[in-house]
Design a protein around this ligand. Sequence first.
Ligand SMILES: Nc1ncnc2c1ncn2[C@@H]1O[C@H](COP(=O)(O)OP(=O)(O)OP(=O)(O)O)[C@@H](O)[C@H]1O
Ligand SMILES: [Mg+2]
Length: 245
Amino acid sequence: MIEFRQVSKVYGKGNKKALDGLTLKVGEGCVYGFLGPNGAGKTTAIRILTGALEATDGTVLVNGTDVREHPLEVKRQIGFVPDSQDMYDRLTGMEYLNFMADLFGVSAAERKERADRYLAMFEMQEAVRQRMQSYSRGMKQKMAVMGALIHEPKVFVLDEPMVGLDPKAAFLLKEEMRRRADAGVTVFFSTHVLEVAEKLCDRVGIIHHGKLLAEGSPDELRHRMGDESLEDVFLEMTESGAEAQ
Ligand SMILES: Nc1ncnc2c1ncn2[C@@H]1O[C@H](COP(=O)(O)OP(=O)(O)OP(=O)(O)O)[C@@H](O)[C@H]1O
Ligand SMILES: [Mg+2]
């Protein structure tokens, strides 16, 4: 379970709110898509959720635990795929997976089973022996996904995970996200790909200027707006949203 309660964020000494009283809840077994235009606050919210950034105000709970009060306990429960992959270039893919498995205390038997399964799934068995600096963007993205899943997190958080993935890899990732959710994991991700949101998500939230404008199942949102496509709903809401507030 993920819960944002009145979360606000002001960067530095500015007065512009990157998040402005964001409140939302995502239950176990749910795939939640976080939509919003560039600069809406998606990455900011995700970084606060994962403990990488502190909120200015408000509370974030992960399975009932306050991120601010117990950051380590929360981090242990989360598998996180950030929006850029440029951190561990000097490691081989396998060293990176082992590093992540060590970090989360995954046993040798479990890490082998999971690594074998994911490497086969993403066709990375050969490449995993190479240093990650030689990887394409999509290959790095695959490693980030595998690194996030190696400890079988209860909460799976991804920031624009489809970026750089080829159609097959994107399909496999979507399947895995659904499988995780069906196994009771809370899956929370941001995306600009509305077809992905429409097909994959149980619920979507549209955020604009740091506020949640609308929330519901893709079908509910479409019906509320007169059976339009999710794209139309998104465009209409984020155009009129600023004035509506
Ligand atoms: N490190 C930072 N310092 C100052 N302002 C920031 C910083 N990071 C983000 N912002 C500002 O916060 C707001 C929200 O940015 P954020 O990256 O959360 O948006 P986003 O929804 O993830 O956008 P995108 O779709 O482009 O990834 C923007 O106005 C941005 O300029
Ligand atoms: Mg972002």
